[in-house]
Design a binder for this molecule. Structure first.
Ligand code: ZN
Length: 251
């Protein structure tokens, strides 16, 4: 789908945001750290029940080793936690299933989240933490909301969650108000979003970082964004939710 073509451009957008931060994708299928030694029986005695998310995901990956699957499951779990911390209004995401299909066959866009079947498809050589976490965030958002959220929000959350997964900490919020108007960014979708290119990804991530509790936005604007997420999650009505952001002006 045309929409997913820009997923790869999103990588450039994130790279622009975190330029100099040393983004390094850790591949889940090559160059991974060696697996730990097999535990002894005593060490293997369950201390806690398995996480609720342990078996919910569907990872279709021909030729994957157990370690490959373990790492993919780890990324999915970390992505859930990152999105939950960022957007607590969404509630726990352990019940939201993510389907991942990894294949050696070339995919239309190497790695992408596909709207129709709601699955992440990855050409094996592009399987890494950044890519999987980014696309898994789309799957979690779409699965939780039951709709495709507005593009700026969808891509902003995916970029910040993936950064968190790769670096083990959230991206530092912007130091000041983003220059590009949020109203104009919110209006971008479809061809207009594609035409905007990488700056739309960068601006969306900056606006999200600005409006989150850790960001530098005025309290009233942070509250407006919090209501935006709450209305989106409760109503699945993107128009209704968008009204909450009317007071967040561009400059
Ligand atoms: Zn994306």
């Amino acid at each position: 789908m045309r929409r997913e073509r820009s997923v790869l451009r999103g990588r450039a957008g994130l790279a622009a945001i975190v330029a100099g931060a040393g983004v390094q994708a850790l591949c889940g299928c090559a160059g991974a750290p060696p697996p730990p030694a097999a535990p002894t029986v005593a060490e293997a005695t369950p201390i806690a029940p398995p996480a609720a998310s342990a078996s919910i995901d569907d990872i279709e990956w021909e030729g994957a080793t157990p370690r490959d699957r373990e790492l993919a499951a780890e990324v999915l779990a970390l992505t859930r936690r990152a999105v939950e911390r960022m957007l607590p209004a969404l509630g726990p995401l352990d019940g939201v299933r993510v389907r991942v299909v990894v294949s050696d066959a070339p995919q239309p866009w190497h790695v992408a989240y596909f709207l129709g079947p709601r699955e992440v498809r990855v050409e094996r050589r592009f399987m890494d933490r950044l890519n999987l976490a980014h696309e898994a965030t789309h799957a979690l958002l779409h699965g939780r909301l039951g709709i495709a959220p507005p593009r700026w929000f969808d891509e902003a959350v995916a970029q910040l969650a993936a950064y968190d997964v790769v670096h083990g900490k959230p991206l530092e919020p912007p130091t000041g108000r983003p220059l590009f108007e949020l109203k104009a960014l919110r209006a971008l979708d479809g061809e207009a979003w594609l035409a905007a290119g990488g700056h739309a990804y960068a601006d969306s991530a900056n606006w999200l970082g600005f409006l989150l509790p850790s960001g530098p936005a005025p309290d009233a604007e942070k509250a407006a964004f919090a209501r935006y997420v709450e209305v989106l999650a409760a109503s699945r009505d993107v128009v209704l939710a968008d009204r909450e952001l009317a007071t967040v002006t561009g400059r």
